[in-house]
Design a protein around this ligand. Structure first.
Ligand code: UDP
Ligand code: MG
Length: 324
């Protein structure tokens, strides 16, 4: 088992934190090498996800200064998950195991020792799980909790309070490469990869500087993507709903017939209007859910590349990998 580590960090407009992240990572990587937890030629891969600020220039400067830092520039902004995948797929051919983390120092670097200990014990995937969510805003904490509960309820296997702070061995990365889906939700895919897995608990701190790149709108899109990529239960729910509405309509038919025979046919405006709105609403909602899935099929069937690499800064002039 080799010991070359590659830390993969997606960065989008992170010029405010990147220098500090780099400073701390340099020290941490030195410590890990000294302890014999990873090889000397281990690297940190900074993935620039089409930033609009000086992030890429910073990555360039870091790489020039210290070969520990490698840079990967995507051709445009593709979002956190795609940027992370681009980094992991590059790491796959250059290291023995990878650890992914965010650029904003929210993930406690000192947990890496424990990640590697689990890896050396034979785990192929180690999930970083946060102890508590004190550092998050009230809204983020509660929307996240609702999301996890919903996912569990829909039968999707994800680890509670695990984001994308995760160790993956080369074997696990190779397996991940086999998943060809365009709608990416990596924390849902990792459990599908399987292999022996471990968990490391850590305290998540606040973002060191800058603003979150996940506003509510993006978070909601991410949640819908996560659910519709891994569960078809919403479709089943629509079927059940349709069945219930159909049964109710049979009763209504009976009721209207009896009312007709008895001769009370003029009243009933309220019930007519109410049922038009109710059934109309249910139908629109159901069509929307079905539309979500059709949209997914549409996107998947085009098989567009999930990321395109502009440049890869590394010592050995290795070529960037392609998203096959
Ligand atoms: N990120 C990215 N592309 C994007 C949005 C975010 O690469 O389009 C990166 C970002 O630089 C950070 C990580 O994804 O390293 C997590 O983002 P952020 O910290 O803003 O999310 P939060 O912690 O608030 O959920
Ligand atoms: Mg963050």
């Amino acid at each position: 088992m080799g010991n070359k580590l590659m830390v993969v960090i997606p960065c989008y407009n992170e010029e405010e934190v990147l220098s500090e992240t780099a400073r701390r990572l340099t020290l941490k990587m030195q410590e890990l090498t000294q302890k014999g937890l990873c090889d000397k030629d281990s690297r940190v891969l900074l993935v620039d996800d089409g930033s609009k600020d000086g992030t890429w220039q910073l990555i360039h400067a870091l790489h020039k200064e210290n070969p520990l830092f490698e840079g990967l520039k995507l051709s445009r902004n593709r979002g956190h998950q795609n940027a992370l995948l681009a980094g992991l797929m590059t790491a796959r051919v250059h290291c023995d195991f990878s650890i992914s983390m965010d650029a904003d120092l929210q993930d406690d670097m000192d947990a890496m020792d424990r990640f590697i200990a689990e890896y050396q014990d034979g785990c192929d995937i180690v999930y970083g799980v946060r102890n508590k969510r004190d550092s998050d805003t009230f809204m983020k904490r509660h929307t996240a909790l609702t999301f996890y509960r919903l996912m569990k309820g829909l039968g999707v296997d994800i680890t509670y309070n695990h984001a994308d702070y995760r160790l993956m061995s080369r074997r696990a990365l190779d397996a991940l490469a086999e998943f060809r889906e365009v709608n990416l939700f990596l924390r849902g895919l990792a459990p599908l990869v399987g292999f022996q897995s471990g968990y490391v608990y850590y305290d998540r701190s606040e973002r060191f500087a800058g603003k979150s790149k996940y506003p509510f709108k993006k978070m909601l899109a991410f949640a819908i993507d996560g659910i519709t990529s891994f569960s078809v239960k919403p479709l089943r729910f629509i079927t059940m709903l349709g069945l219930v509405v159909f049964l109710v309509s049979l009763l209504m038919l009976l009721y209207t017939l009896i009312a007709f025979i008895v001769g009370h046919t003029v009243t009933g405006w309220t019930s007519t209007i109410a049922s038009i709105w109710l059934v109309g609403g249910i139908q629109l909602l159901s069509l929307g859910v079905i539309g979500e899935y059709i949209g997914k099929i549409y996107n998947e069937s085009k098989r567009r590349p999930r990321f395109i690499i502009d440049r890869y800064l590394n010592e050995k002039n290795a070529d960037p990998v392609k998203d096959e």
